[in-house]
Design a protein around this ligand. Structure first.
Ligand code: 5AD
Ligand code: SF4
Length: 500
């Protein structure tokens, strides 16, 4: 996915073209946007294609298989453009960023000599230095894969290039100390780190001042958030959401991705109390079998997961859940898989992502002997997909004839059409004359859902002419390997899930 080009109202003269390709999850999208912010003062403006870019950044993801191979094939495709630029007397600097860079920095340098810079997820605030180093001499390579994330957040610019958007991501936490046996995140993103609450609140206020109405808080393990509070105490995610909810003009709060172990009493209470906290929660379980959950080092049982869901639903009865599932984890038996199907049937999901287990080098599960045959994985994936798809279809169909608050985000593909989001992230299409769009975008209006196609809902405003009467109290390229499901948010926001 590409950060959107050219909407910035920051008045810096653009003298150079920047192309960023983002692979993977929302956290990488946030990082790519912030890289663009760091580079704007140097005259770099975002471009939609790499052809004659002065700087190309591939912001990579390593969560599932073949990530590195995709990066090498993209690098191959860039070669002729880089050569043409050199023949014309210019220079295209190529950088590989993100988790593949963190994990395989030296190898990238060795295998892809046209790469000038390799840097990990925690160092992009140093981009200006890296660029000037790379520019000083052709052939000088820059490798920066240091870890401490606090440096990065302390040095990112406040000013943002993109303005005029209704929704925004805000990273509040990075890294993970959980070490699930299948997952590379603790190795590529490092130890858990939470940003201080005051800086998160400042960033949120700035976003709202720029017109943002919905903020999605991001973290690989977002509900492990434990930032320093302005009152000198440690704040959890529930406390942070309460403070964010007090920001006038902010209509909706979401967060992703959570770990069941870190759903604490205060967060559950927050779901019951904070109207702005949307009733839509991504809570990965990965498997319904206790044996597999233990082997995965998930630190919770299926019964504990069910109990957390029950408590969340008691606090917020309209809460809809989504999840991640892995099939074919080493040693997964037919019975283990049946336990997963049973859990899915009992919980009832509004959407989900599901993956065949794939070996990630360096993780404990990769060296386990009992790897499951690929044909078995495929069969289980398709069975699980059918069940989850039918639950999602049922969930979407249950919206018809209901009245939902819809945050209006942008014009639709057709004339006289507006697109917004339900509380459950479903795209909602409304027939509204173009002349009224400017006044309506960014408002939340109550709509009656009249029908649906696929994952999209169609609706009419409950009261015509609701523009301006904001009823907030009613409440780029996807690069996914190895399957997954088109949940409403993934389909339209083009994203993979963050881990947890
Ligand atoms: N194999 C398959 N799926 C994986 N995920 C993470 N690592 C692996 C792996 N090695 C999935 C998990 C996680 C999501 C982001 O990606 O379901 O929640
Ligand atoms: Fe951490 Fe989530 Fe990866 Fe587990 S799956 S190690 S909780 S990021």
């Amino acid at each position: 996915m590409k950060p959107r080009a050219g909407t910035g109202s920051v008045t810096k003269s653009v003298t150079k073209k920047l192309y960023i390709k983002t692979y993977g999850c929302q956290m990488n999208v946030y990082d790519s946007e912030r890289m663009a912010d760091v580079l704007a003062p140097l005259g770099y403006g975002l471009s939609d294609n790499p052809d004659d870019a002065d700087l190309v950044i591939l912001n990579t993801c390593h969560i599932r298989e073949k990530a590195a191979e995709k990066v090498y094939s993209d690098l191959g495709r860039l070669k002729p453009h880089q050569q043409r630029k050199a023949e014309d007397g210019g220079r295209m600097i190529i950088a590989v960023a993100g988790c593949v860079a963190q994990a395989e920095g030296d190898e990238i340098m060795a295998r892809a000599p046209q790469v000038d810079m390799v840097f990990g997820p925690q160092t992009y605030h140093r981009l200006p230095e890296m660029i000037s180093k790379a520019k000083r001499a052709v052939g000088e390579k820059v490798l920066d894969t240091d870890f401490p994330p606090e440096d990065k957040f302390d040095h990112l610019p406040e000013e943002r290039v993109r303005k005029g958007e209704v929704t925004a991501f805000l990273t509040i936490q990075e890294g993970c100390d959980k070490f699930c046996t299948f997952c590379v995140v603790p190795y590529t993103r490092g130890a858990e780190y939470s940003r201080p609450a005051a800086t998160v609140l400042q960033e949120a206020k700035r976003l709202v001042a720029d017109g943002v109405r919905e903020i999605t808080l991001l973290g690989q393990n977002v509900n492990a958030y434990h930032g320093d509070g302005p009152d000198g105490r440690e704040w959890g995610l529930g406390r942070l959401c309460r403070a964010l909810a007090e920001i006038d003009g902010l209509a909706r709060i979401r967060y992703t991705t959570s770990h069941p172990r870190d759903v604490d009493d205060d967060l559950i209470a927050a779901h019951g109390e904070i109207e702005k906290l949307m009733p839509y929660l991504h809570l990965p379980v990965q498997s319904g079998s206790d044996r597999i959950l233990e082997a995965m080092n998930r630190k919770h049982t299926a019964a504990e997961y069910r109990h957390i869901v029950d408590r969340l639903r008691s606090a917020r009865p309209d809460l809809a859940l989504t999840s991640d599932f892995i099939v074919g984890y080493p040693g997964e038996s037919d019975q283990d898989f049946a336990d997963t199907l049973k859990l899915v049937t009992d919980i009832g999901y509004a959407g989900a992502f599901f993956f065949k287990y794939s070996e990630r080098p360096g993780t404990p599960a990769a060296s386990m002997r009992e790897q499951v045959d690929d044909a078995v994985k495929s069969e289980r994936l398709s069975t699980l997909q059918q069940l989850l798809d039918s639950q999602q279809e049922g969930f979407n169909a249950s919206m018809v004839n209901r009245t939902l608050p819809v945050l209006l985000e942008k014009p639709g593909r057709h004339a006289d059409q507006l697109v917004g989001r339900s509380p459950y992230l479903q795209p909602v299409h409304l027939d509204i004359p173009d002349s009224r769009h400017a006044a309506m975008i960014g408002t939340v209006i109550d709509c009656t859902i009249t029908g649906l196609t696929g994952h999209s809902l169609f609706a009419v405003p409950v009261r015509d002419g609701q523009a301006g009467s904001d009823s907030t109290n009613s409440s780029n390229t996807v690069d996914s390997s190895n399957s997954g499901s088109p949940t409403p948010d993934s389909a339209d926001r083009g994203q993979e899930r963050i881990s947890a």
